[in-house]
Design a protein around this ligand. Structure first.
Ligand SMILES: [Zn+2]
Length: 296
């Protein structure tokens, strides 16, 4: 099988993870920009991070046969810190870059007025740059937060078909299904959503506009949760083609709206015809550290 993980924070994972992911069928990932655990104190901290997930990380992924893309934005948590909001001024410079396939992750954390402003401003940036948007939903008061998220999307000029509302569960999927937005699910080892609950949701709501990710980061998470969902779907009687649709063609269709999802030819069984295409424009890293790291 071939797997596209549409939301995973590879910068916090090891090379062992890349090896395991490739062996299990993962051939492409999208890394949304997010917070780093430790609060940032200046715009420079964002730009170094953006450069890293657009330069170093795609290069690292390519060494393991995985195509890597990113989404760029000011995350909801740090939208509340005045020192971080200046990053909004530098976003346009990043949103034109080759490997940027959406604006994100955006949305609500605590649902403050600052988050309102930053969320709406970034949806406007997405519309202006003709990019889709990846929207995070809050962990607390989830249904209220999801409804409010959909209101902000409706007030924007962005088409609902260009928006993923992510981290959904049984409580929140219904309102998003009605909205026309794409439905994102983060499958975790112990919280949010597991693979069996995920299959039940697919049974109830169908496969259309459904996106499944591992959202793996530095916390307790598992970069193979996408694969576990594929296995659970097969065990529940779904076909290989159904699995390919949810775990590959759906995220490809969504992020292709950016016009920048330049993927190597990949067969449904995971074989790739041109491995060398992975190191495409923007993925070739020419920093000194790489030359040293390569043992030259
Ligand atoms: Zn995330």
């Amino acid at each position: 099988m071939r797997i596209f993980d549409p939301h995973i924070h590879m910068t916090s994972r090891t090379t062992d993870d890349y090896v395991r992911m490739h062996a299990a069928g993962v051939r492409a990932v999208v890394e949304p920009s997010f917070w780093l655990g430790q609060p940032r104190t200046s715009v420079g901290s964002f730009t170094d991070y953006f450069d890293s997930i657009l330069g170093w990380e795609p290069f690292r992924a390519s060494q393991y046969g995985i195509a890597h893309f990113a989404t760029i934005g000011l995350n909801p948590k740090e939208a509340n810190d005045a020192r971080c909001r200046e990053v909004l001024d530098v976003l346009p410079r990043y949103l034109v870059k080759d490997r940027v396939v959406a604006v994100g992750e955006l949305g609500y954390d605590s649902m403050t007025p600052e988050e309102d402003d930053v969320f709406a401003a970034q949806l406007a940036l997405a519309a202006e740059h003709e990019l889709p948007a990846l929207v995070h939903t809050p962990h607390r008061d989830k249904l209220t937060g999801t409804r409010r998220t959909l209101d902000v999307v409706r007030e924007s000029t962005l088409d609902p078909g260009a928006v993923i509302v992510d981290h959904l569960n049984e409580m929140t999927v219904g309102v998003v299904a009605e909205s026309g937005c794409w439905m994102g699910f983060s499958v975790y080892p112990d919280t949010k959503m597991d693979e069996h609950r995920m299959v039940e949701i697919l049974r109830r709501y169908g496969l259309d506009r459904m996106i499944v990710n591992s959202a793996a980061d530095w916390g307790n998470s598992d970069p193979l949760k996408t694969v576990r969902v594929a296995e659970a779907m097969l065990a529940a009687g779904y076909t290989d083609d159904d699995v390919d649709r949810v775990l590959w063609r759906n995220p490809v269709e969504f992020y292709s709206q950016s016009g920048r999802l330049d993927l190597p030819d990949t067969e449904p069984d995971g074989t790739q015809t041109h491995d060398d295409e992975l190191v495409g424009a923007g993925a070739t890293f020419q920093g000194n550290s790489v030359l040293r790291g390569a043992g030259d």
